[in-house]
Design a protein around this ligand. Structure first.
Ligand code: ATP
Length: 620
């Protein structure tokens, strides 16, 4: 026996601490090196990671950059040519050359437009490609994270990361990145052009820059905070809507519509307040920059006029400068605006990376290609477990199921029956003791291989959106249509499926709303029949399905259980009576065990339940 896990810190608590601390906090995802990361309000690191995605498409990137450079170069050439036209052709009245230069200018602007179009087209495809990769990574990560993570998170919030945040990143990559590159090129280019025309005029033109830089810095500092809070609030609102829609029946039955609306109004109001702050602050940037730009026009016109009067510069240079002043201040303006958008996208990307950085569920040793068949002997040996370190849920639980045996788990609600199942499937890991399958500790087994040996038929039978056939085939993807139908037949589902208008091709909604609960359960039984696992876990439905369906379900379960080791969280006397061993679980401990008759003789908890059953018709 390996004692490793006994001495190591409890897995469940370790993971719990991990998610809790960060609410949730980035950990040491194996694919991102072993250095623990602090909560990444770190723009540089986030940018480097976005770059990691971008650089997979070098070719497109190069095209975008080249096109941006060409567009910027051509826009810089425009004012220069205009200046030359004024000085060399208009002022000296040489009209024949004017036409030629006019055509040249026209060509420059047409080419500029063409390159801009190419640049935007490639940039869109680049950004879409990148966010597709990010979405895929995020979804994959959602599949890999342990169940425990989802217990602790609002699902709507997690969805928000996959939708809003990623859309944010996409918009930014699409527009902002190109604009930033182009702005920088224009800034440097126009400065160079101005310097080549007149040093003094250049100095006059950039007079306003320090003021702009100062204001920009102040405003962006606040907008970034606001944008980040806005995203969080949006996540909360989404989470609330999702929860509310999933639980709408409950809301309606308890007449809590007004309360829900009120709660929503509160959240929505918070989102509005922060939205206004973020948007208005970033919106004030534009008018402010415009005012500054107009101011610089006045300065250029006045100083340019004086210089021209003293013949230091020509009229053409003044006109060029008026254009360059625009081309110089616009990028600063844009950089400021884009910087805000950029901040919001960085905040979004950070939230995505936070999830990607979480430690995925470790599946264990790579499974061998051919997972050997198992007999299905299950042993719990003095197992202790708690979802949190301070509350013990299972205490010293020992049990043994021989291959093919049926074990019924009975006990009051919250006693720990489902927890036993959660441990056997390794959705959670035990804190001490051992769980063995065919003598091998499951702790040392690959989780995927382990789960392949286990079939689950849960009380709230889950169906996916898709056809009935797809839903059954979920049990074994390579099953033929005949095998699917045979499984349905064995599960007593065939007859009701055939009565549906489209039979096996009937489309189910994700919630399975168009099937009754009993029918959904028959489907999940068929799914398990097809998967053909050695160990079965059945959670009997407590809610009353109609008697006919109930008989169908029981019969199907009996067929399914044949030759498999089965754990049944049992609520019905008939199931319990047929079990090889009944375990009574109370407060996390097995308090009684034995066959039906043995337990009746003991006259303990089970006997009490049994008496109750005569009156109520159900146990558990
Ligand atoms: N994900 C979880 N995180 C923290 N505590 C949990 C979690 N799931 C269950 N518990 C707690 O563990 C205890 C045992 O729960 P469990 O679901 O095993 O009971 P059960 O016997 O299956 O009850 P029921 O018959 O109502 O399904 C309960 O006190 C419950 O509050």
């Amino acid at each position: 026996m390996s004692t490793d896990h006994r001495s190591s810190p409890p897995q469940a608590n370790k993971a719990q601490a991990h998610f809790e601390q960060m609410g949730f906090r980035p950990g040491q995802g194996p694919h991102h090196g072993a250095v623990p990361k602090v909560r990444s309000k770190n723009t540089k690191e986030t940018l480097l990671r976005i770059w990691g995605y971008l650089k997979q498409q070098r070719q497109a990137l190069v095209i975008v950059i080249v096109c941006t450079a060409l567009t910027s170069g051509l826009s810089l050439l425009g004012p220069y040519l205009i200046g030359k036209i004024i000085d060399n052709h208009i002022m000296p009245h040489r009209l024949n050359g004017l036409l030629r230069m006019g055509w040249l200018l026209f060509g420059v602007y047409v080419l500029g437009a063409m390159f801009t179009w190419i640049q935007q087209y490639v940039a869109s495809s680049l950004s879409q490609h990148t966010v597709r990769e990010m979405r895929e990574d995020l979804f994959q990560q959602y599949q890999r994270l342990p169940i425990q993570f989802f217990d602790q998170q609002r699902h709507g919030e997690l969805m928000s990361r996959a939708t809003n945040d990623i859309t944010n990143v996409s918009n930014t990559l699409n527009q902002t990145v190109v604009q930033i590159i182009s702005s920088v090129l224009m800034l440097v280019g126009s400065l160079a052009m101005m310097l080549s025309l007149s040093l003094w005029m250049t100095l006059v033109t950039i007079l306003t820059v320090p003021i702009i830089a100062f204001l920009t810095k102040k405003i962006t500092k606040y907008t970034r905070q606001y944008f980040s809070t806005q995203q969080k609030q949006l996540g909360d609102v989404n989470g609330f809507v999702q929860e509310n829609i999933s639980g709408l029946k409950v809301v309606k039955v308890f007449g809590r519509e007004a309360k829900s609306v009120e709660q929503f109004r509160e959240m929505n109001e918070k989102l509005r307040t922060i939205g206004i702050k973020a948007q208005s602050l970033s919106g004030s940037m534009g008018p402010l920059m415009n005012a500054m730009r107009n101011l610089s026009f006045v300065v250029i016109a006045v100083f340019g006029g004086i210089f021209a009067y003293h013949e230091v510069i020509t009229i053409g240079i003044i006109v060029s400068f008026l254009n360059y002043a625009n081309q110089f201040s616009q990028p600063i303006n844009q950089l400021a605006n884009q910087y805000n958008l950029f901040q919001s996208a960085v905040a979004g990307a950070e939230r995505v990376f936070e999830v990607l950085d979480l430690e995925p569920e470790t599946l264990g040793e790579k499974e061998s290609a051919a997972a050997p068949a198992i007999r299905g002997e299950v042993v719990f040996d003095r197992v202790n477990f708690g979802y949190t370190s301070d509350v013990a849920v299972l205490k010293n639980v020992s049990l043994q199921a021989k291959p093919g045996q049926t074990i019924a788990l009975v006990g009051p609600t919250g006693a720990g029956k489902t927890t036993i199942i959660n441990l056997l499937t390794r959705f959670y890991d035990i804190q001490s003791g051992r769980i063995l399958i065919d003598g091998e500790e499951i702790q040392t087994m690959n989780k995927s291989a382990l789960r392949r040996h286990i079939g689950l038929v849960l009380q709230d039978a889950y169906v996916f959106s898709g056809t009935i056939r797809d839903n059954i085939r979920y049990g074994r993807l390579n099953a033929t249509d005949q095998e699917v139908e045979k499984a349905a037949w064995l599960a007593n589902a065939d007859s009701f499926i055939r009565k549906l208008p489209s039979g096996y091709d009937t489309y189910l909604s994700a919630e399975g709303g168009n099937l009754s609960q009993g029918q959904r359960q028959l489907l999940t039984i068929a799914r398990a029949v097809l998967a053909d696992p050695a160990i079965l876990i059945l959670d009997e439905a407590t809610s009353s399905v109609d008697t006919r369906t109930e008989l169908h379900i029981q019969e199907a379960m009996r067929t399914l259980m044949q030759g498999r080791t089965s754990f049944v969280i049992a609520h019905r006397l008939s199931t319990i009576r047929e079990a090889d061993e009944i375990l009574v679980i109370q407060d996390g401990q097995i308090t009684e065990r034995g066959s039906h008759d043995e337990l009746l003789k003991r006259n303990g908890f089970y006997a009490g339940l049994h008496r109750h059953q005569f009156v109520q018709g159900e146990v558990g």
